[in-house]
Design a protein around this ligand. Structure first.
Ligand SMILES: Nc1nc2c(c(=O)[nH]1)N[C@H]1C(S)=C(S)[C@@H](COP(=O)(O)O)O[C@H]1N2
Ligand SMILES: [Mo]
Length: 454
């Protein structure tokens, strides 16, 4: 076998080879770099599976041969030397080859970065958990890093015993750990107008999913002796400069709301509310009050600025719909997605995420012909309530232009709507709560872009 690298005595990584048999490659577009993915490993897996034969994978364009791949025949330097010692990083960091994997701010979206958004790179994530360093950020007045030793959390209002808790007080109480998605009510807002947001990071990246740990709010409300006869709501207040306050119905507060300090096995990150935040499963992100300092029990909605002026849905008849809290059933294909490019015809795994603020995902259908025909995707376990669910489906691209879409159905039977179905009910003045089916167009060159299909 001819091995040019061996002849030259060279041991090199040859980054170009990385994408030789790529399943999909992220390209630079409008100065917005999308991420490289785990091509090499996956193409070998695909090749192996293709050899096993029988499936759609048999039609893969991946060549199951060592010819022309000198890297596999020469032991690289890292296989012949001593590696780095343990604890080189007392707190581990990603590989230097993953530097493009970043939260990103949309330039010009807001006037100051302290009151802005950094979006999660959904196109580059696997499974359902968002790494804590990539959890989206949305601050109304910047983020703060509060000393847990001095932080206090108060419950007052319609309670027998108003109390002020320290973090130590809270952390010795009975805790739970649950996996839930958080989605900003304004996620996918730009799709109300057809502006072709360039990547899924910017169109859907105000969405993350973590395991949260904390004490159920019901335990704390009992502890303070809330007024069981007259109380109807709670008000949650944050400790940052934005005076964030949100009304939450008592039913919900007693159901699955958590006063949380933990996120993915460690303390919350400062950007996400350290040392304490409210977790309100299924409800829009704004109610997940960060840097939580107070909860007041009351008997009517508070109509605070963040519920009277902001986070209200402009309806077609000119009225404002308030207190729309639930994030309805939604899904999106994350690969292939806008800003990526398919390198060749052949097999691809279409993958994406589905979620519902009302419970579990029951089914996800995928269309590769703009919504005329639908096939049911595989839901990967676990499928949890008010949590992201990963779906996958096999697909062989014949090289012709296509529009791909996903459509989720939750356990209540609710079906994710088309954008025109949603507009018929919600009009065109909305910012929040766009859960429409997302369409990605793939052209003959393999380039994927954001389009709307009616
Ligand atoms: N105290 C406080 N809580 C807050 C906010 C804020 O600015 N201040 N932003 C809210 C909004 S609009 C959203 S979408 C979520 C974002 O949470 P994250 O930054 O952890 O993603 O936090 C919510 N809680
Ligand atoms: Mo938000």
């Amino acid at each position: 076998m001819d091995n040019p690298n061996k002849k030259a005595g060279a041991v090199q990584h040859a980054p170009e080879n990385f994408v030789d048999h790529a399943l999909a490659v992220a390209i630079e577009k409008d100065g917005l770099s999308a991420e490289r993915r785990g091509f090499l490993r996956r193409s070998f897996l695909a090749a192996g599976a293709a050899l096993a034969g029988g499936s759609a994978l048999a039609q893969t364009s991946v060549k199951a041969t060592f010819e022309g791949d000198p890297n596999i025949l020469t032991l690289p330097e890292h296989a012949l030397t001593l590696g780095k010692p343990v604890a080189a990083y007392p707190y581990g960091v990603p590989s230097k080859y993953e530097v493009n994997l970043q939260r990103r701010e949309s330039p010009g979206l807001t006037r100051v970065s302290a009151a802005s958004v950094a979006f999660t790179p959904l196109q580059s994530l696997f499974g359902i958990i968002t790494p804590s360093g990539l959890h989206f950020e949305r601050h109304h007045q910047g983020w703060v890093d509060i000393d847990p030793a001095t932080h206090r959390f108060m419950i007052n209002g319609m309670v027998k015993n108003p109390k002020v808790y320290t973090m130590d007080d809270l952390m010795r109480m009975p805790s739970v750990s649950r996996m839930h998605f958080i989605e900003c009510g304004a996620n996918t807002a730009m799709e109300w107008g057809n502006v072709a947001v360039p990547t899924v990071q910017y169109s859907h990246g105000m969405l993350s999913c973590s395991e949260f740990t904390g004490v159920p709010l019901s335990v704390l409300l009992e502890d303070c002796g809330y007024d069981k006869k007259n109380a109807k709501v709670i008000l949650a207040e944050g400790g940052d400069g934005s005076s964030m306050t949100r009304t939450i119905s008592l039913d919900r507060a007693l159901d699955d709301v958590i006063v949380a300090w933990g996120m993915n096995g460690e303390m919350l990150r400062p950007e996400n509310g350290y040392p304490l935040r409210l977790v309100v499963p299924g409800v829009q992100g704004v109610s997940w009050v960060k840097w939580l300092r107070r909860i007041e029990v009351g008997d009517q909605p508070y109509a605070s600025k963040d519920e009277a002026i902001h986070y209200a849905d402009a309806m077609p008849d000119g009225t404002l719909r308030q207190y729309t809290s639930i994030q309805e059933c939604k899904s999106v294909i994350t690969t292939p997605s806008a800003g990526q490019r398919l390198l060749d015809k052949g097999y691809y795994n279409i993958t994406g995420l589905a979620w519902s603020g009302r419970g579990k995902i029951k089914r996800v259908d995928v269309s590769v012909d703009g919504g005329r025909n639908w096939r049911t995707a595989r839901l990967e376990s676990p499928v949890l309530t008010k949590c992201l669910t990963r779906f996958n489906i096999d697909w062989v691209w014949d090289g012709s232009p296509v529009v791909i879409q996903s459509r989720a159905i939750d356990e209540t039977g609710y079906v994710q709507p088309k954008i025109n179905e949603l507009r018929a009910v919600r009009g065109t003045k909305s910012i929040y709560h766009n859960n429409a089916i997302q369409s990605w167009k793939i052209d003959v060159s393999g380039e994927v872009s954001n389009v709307q299909v009616y």
